[in-house]
Design a protein around this ligand. Sequence first.
Ligand code: NAD
Ligand code: DAU
Length: 352
Amino acid sequence: MSNFKKNILITGGAGFIGSHVIRLFVKKYPDYRIHNLDSLTYAGNLENLKDIEEAENYHFIKGDIKDAELIDQIFMEHKLDAVIHLAAESHVDRSITNPMEFIYTNIVGTVTLLNVAKKYWSDNWDDKLFYHVSTDEVYGSLGDEGLFTESTPYDPQSPYSASKASSDHFVRAYDNTYGMPVVISNCSNNYGGNQFPEKLIPLFINNIKNNKELPVYGDGKYTRDWLWVVDHARAIDVIFHKGVQGETYNIGGFNEWQNIDLILLLCKIMDNRLGRTEGSSEKLIKYVTDRPGHDRRYAIDAEKIKRELGWEPSVQFEEGLEKTVDWYLENEAWLNNVTSGSYQNYYKQQYG
Ligand code: NAD
Ligand code: DAU
């Protein structure tokens, strides 16, 4: 019999956001046992969890969310009380070149988890929770005005967002059809340490450091709402504990930036940190062919989680971006490890 108050399965815990969620839960809740299920794709990295890997309440399982037998065994052995599901293929550009992987992991993987959870929990749903972590991209693209609210109709535009939208629908269907206790959150763009350098901010930090071109898609005037990853982890904690079952919560930074403005700020911080003359990193900017189907603008209305659960972002963007730059400069070995090997092939295929 476990001495822990709860056994929680967190999927995708070796990835960017997952590792921050695991760290927060392992440290803040010593009476919860945290089981991290991750198949360690190119985006999963156990180095992200070095500081907590020996903790008594932490347990890593290498495995795939599509592996129904393994999931069944995990539920049986660890008597799970809850799942916080983050494992996914998460990069839009990769979804454009290889959509099938996104269907397998994001849709089939999610439904596999839901099926096993139903098998083990449906005799008594009390105190169980399936928490699905999703994205604001399911709502599609905004014009110059307006914000995504929890009731904005789904309108996904990329294979990635279509696969996430589908997984959200399945989670709601398991609530509606079987009565599974679920909660979903849809978050805007995260930034911070431990993000794989295929996403805008770590890619550009790494390129500036190595004096490589900065490939800006289209006219650079695409807009995103940026949130510090630790604030996302804090929001997940709050929703997990205080969220109302069956509800959706939008999470965002109240922090919209056009890509080019963000890139210019990043260049300025990098010049300062690397002791380069102001304006030198900007010279690396190169406008390149746009991402197909590129969503023009995302912006989240995060009033519901603020009003109902008392969460709001804790870090201002300029401060968070400086901390982020410092993290990548201080963690050179991490950056070198993840950009060796298959990263080179990815880069060549994506950027020529
Ligand atoms: P990531 O790509 O950094 O990490 C994904 C993790 O999932 C990796 O550790 C990977 O090894 C693991 N994984 C992938 N396929 C798996 C499989 N079949 N079985 C087990 N593990 C598998 O992603 P991220 O940016 O940390 O995103 C985490 C979640 O948050 C995703 O569901 C994503 O859709 C969502 N999200 C991300 C953002 C963002 O800005 N990054 C914003 C909103 C929502
Ligand atoms: O909104 C939440 C989503 O944010 C998450 O669900 C996704 O998992 C996450 O990857 C992110 O999606 P984006 O497509 O917005 O992030 P990305 O970092 O790929 O791109 C951010 C913006 O920068 C976007 O407008 C495209 C642009 N961009 C990106 C890259 C990689 C460039 O101009 N050049 C680039 O090389």
